[in-house]
Design a protein around this ligand. Structure first.
Ligand code: ADP
Ligand code: MG
Length: 642
């Protein structure tokens, strides 16, 4: 639309388009009538702008709403320039009017959406930003500037470096570059400099925005402060680690305390044991030395009648001393187990008298034997020891007197019965020792087998009886079970596996005199022992038996004899020897020199470890000290039968 005015601000021309657009007639529009077609709110402003431009003879430009012929208003832009005559006189304005309604509306909508976005972006707690597809940051919300304390505009572009924690920079940039390359969302935790000057942990995320063709047009990102979450997370891991350390430290302390307690309990028991043993030994030694003194006196006087009494007394005391050390060895478990096929009834029969004497007259002892009782393979002295201990416990439980029953039976354990007793199914010899004493509470039953567990006052109980019995029975492939009721009594049951072989009747009292058949005179035995008395005794015994005896005080000199041409039928050697070789090594060297040579080891408790845990080769045998000369003679005779 075009128009022309004169210097007096009078509209002199409007083109056809104006009349078509506004529906005005020429009469209405000319002069200042055109202004009637503007919106009531815009008319005055448009008129004023025009009149002042006319007065100043200047160009002008104004936007206003213009009424169309159909009554609706459209935004238009009206721009005009003054024009002058040849003489420079002001002639008026020439202007054009363009319909810009659609553009205005679009701009309006954009502004509204921008305002809405700003309102949202500034109302959330997160820091929000956007970036161009090339990664250039071009927008931050107000929270960003508040949080980082930076001035608007200062963190545009790559100025991020300053707000990243120096240690996180490289990592954060790498992730950001990665996202820009792949278009994958960006997600990373890093420290951001807070306006307080401290760094705080934030979770940074960004998402690409794509156009309809899938091209990334921008990135929208946010940072969420997670300082408190990170702190809580750290506290949690730290306290977990601390807790673990604490538990470990306490467990360690507890275990140390327990070990110390066990050790002190053991020391107490050992003290009691050695104290008691020293006392017993002194008694026995007094009996032995006393008998020998009397014997010497009688021999000096030539009064030989009745001297057997002294010999017998000395032997008896020595035997009891041997039994004592045996118990001590059983306790320290360094004894070599010597299982033998055994008839338990016969073993019991040999002990009843001792048991009756030990438990005293207030307790009646009954034994119930089984005809044709099966044999079992056990170490006899240990079984005796176990039986004695069970009887002593029974006695202690019946301080007012009562009845002690020792009973045996053959029994078959079927699958279920065996499983209950933690044994393989099969035939067992069952040995039960019952009393009608105090009985045990379930609590005591549960702990009765524990080493050092005792309910008896110090000096009376060591708590070792049942633990030794348990060890022995388990070593013998058997089981022991307690059946007890408080106030009614206790039955201890020992299950020992049946042994198919014949029982050797070694329980018969040993002969008191040497009535051994003589050996063939050239049969030779080499004795290696560093203890001269033992060596002398053995050599004398051998000579009495008719053997030729050779002796050596240590391994190397023993080997010298073995290397010679001399006939040797048997090597008898101590296990602990001076001179750099123990008995086992001597025996092995001897076997290399003379394959198949028979060997008999004689061992004390400390040396038995050298032999235990390893199988002895055929032809090698062991005797544990102390032993009687008779027993040694028997043994040698079985090895070199003459
Ligand atoms: P100690 O006899 O030295 O106490 P034991 O190992 O022989 O040690 O026994 C452990 C504990 O088991 C005893 O202190 C006692 O409380 C209990 N006990 C063992 N046998 C019997 C029994 N026949 N009657 C009652 N209690 C028993
Ligand atoms: Mg006991």
């Amino acid at each position: 639309m075009m128009w022309v005015t004169n210097p007096a601000s009078y509209c002199t021309y409007l083109n056809r388009l104006w009349y078509e657009f506004t529906g005005q007639s020429e009469g209405e529009a000319l002069g200042l009538g055109w202004a009637k077609a503007t919106h009531p709110d815009d008319g005055q402003r448009a008129k004023d702008a025009f009149l002042s431009a006319n007065a100043a003879q200047e160009p002008f430009r104004i936007e206003y709403r213009l009424r169309r012929a159909d009554g609706t208003y459209r935004w238009t832009i009206d721009a005009a320039n003054p024009f002058f005559g040849e003489d420079g006189a002001f002639l008026g304005h020439v202007g054009s009017v363009i319909d810009i309604h659609e553009r205005r509306e679009a701009e309006e909508a954009l502004r509204a959406s921008e305002a809405r976005f700003q309102a949202i972006a500034n109302s959330v707690d997160q820091l929000i930003w956007s970036a161009r597809p090339d990664g250039y940051h071009d927008y931050y919300n107000d929270r960003w500037y508040d949080y980082t304390g930076t001035a608007p505009g200062s963190t545009d572009g790559e100025a991020w470096n300053d707000v990243f924690h120096p240690e996180d920079r490289e990592r954060a940039w790498a992730v950001w570059r990665g996202s820009l390359e792949t278009g994958e969302p960006y997600r990373i935790e890093y420290r951001l400099r807070h306006c307080s000057g401290h760094y705080r942990w934030v979770l940074g995320r960004a998402q690409p925005v794509r156009d309809t063709e899938g091209r990334i047009t921008r990135w929208f990102g946010s940072c969420t402060d997670i300082e408190e979450i990170v702190e809580a997370r750290e506290v949690l891991t730290r306290s977990r680690a601390e807790l673990t350390r604490e538990v470990e430290a306490r467990t360690e302390a507890l275990m140390a305390a327990e070990a110390a307690l066990r050790q002190s309990q053991k020391m107490e028991a050992v003290g009691q044991l050695t104290g008691g043993l020293a006392h017993d030994f002194n008694n026995l030694l007094t009996a032995i030395t006393g008998s020998l003194e009397l014997l010497t006196a009688r021999l000096a006087e030539g009064r030989l009648n009745n001297v057997d009494r002294y010999v017998g007394a000395a032997q008896d005391a020595a035997r009891r001393a041997a039994a004592l050390t045996h118990r001590l060895l059983a306790f320290s478990r360094q004894q070599t187990l010597a299982p033998q096929p055994t008839n338990v009834d016969r073993l019991i029969a040999g002990m009843v008298e001792l048991v009756q004497r030990t438990v005293g007259p207030g307790i009646s002892v009954e034994t119930i034997a089984t005809p044709d009782l099966w044999n079992t393979l056990v170490d006899r002295s240990q079984l005796e020891n176990a039986l004695l201990n069970l009887c002593l416990n029974a006695r202690d439980a019946m301080s007012q007197g009562g009845k002690l029953t020792i009973e045996t039976t053959n029994c078959w354990l079927d699958d279920q019965a065996a499983r209950l007793r933690d044994l393989p199914p099969g035939p067992y010899v069952l040995l039960s020792v019952s009393d009608n004493g105090t009985g045990m509470s379930p609590d005591v039953v549960a702990r009765a087998f524990d080493p050092f567990f005792t309910t008896k006052p110090i000096g009376q109980g060591t708590g070792l009886g049942l633990s030794m019995i348990y060890g022995f029975v388990r070593q013998s492939n058997g089981q022991v079970r307690i059946h007890s009721k408080v106030g009614q009594g206790t039955t201890m049951r020992l299950y020992l596996p049946r042994h198919a072989g014949e029982a050797q009747d070694a329980e018969a009292a040993p002969e008191r005199t040497l009535s051994a058949p003589r050996a063939a005179p050239d049969e030779t035995v080499l004795v290696v022992d560093d203890e001269p008395t033992v060596r002398m005794l053995v050599v004398e015994l051998l000579e009495d038996l008719g053997y030729t005896a050779l002796e050596a005080a240590d391994g190397p000199s023993g080997l010298q004899v073995l290397r010679s041409e001399t006939r040797i039928d048997l090597l008898v050697t101590d296990v602990g020897l001076p001179g750099g070789m123990n008995g086992r090594q001597v025996a092995e060297a001897a076997r290399t020199l003379r394959p198949g040579l028979k060997v008999l080891f004689i061992t004390g408790y400390a040396e038995s470890a050298v032999l235990s845990h390893c199988h002895l080769d055929p032809g090698m045998h062991v005797m544990t000290k102390p032993f009687t000369i008779m027993a040694l003679a028997e043994r040698i005779k079985t090895l070199v039968p003459g």
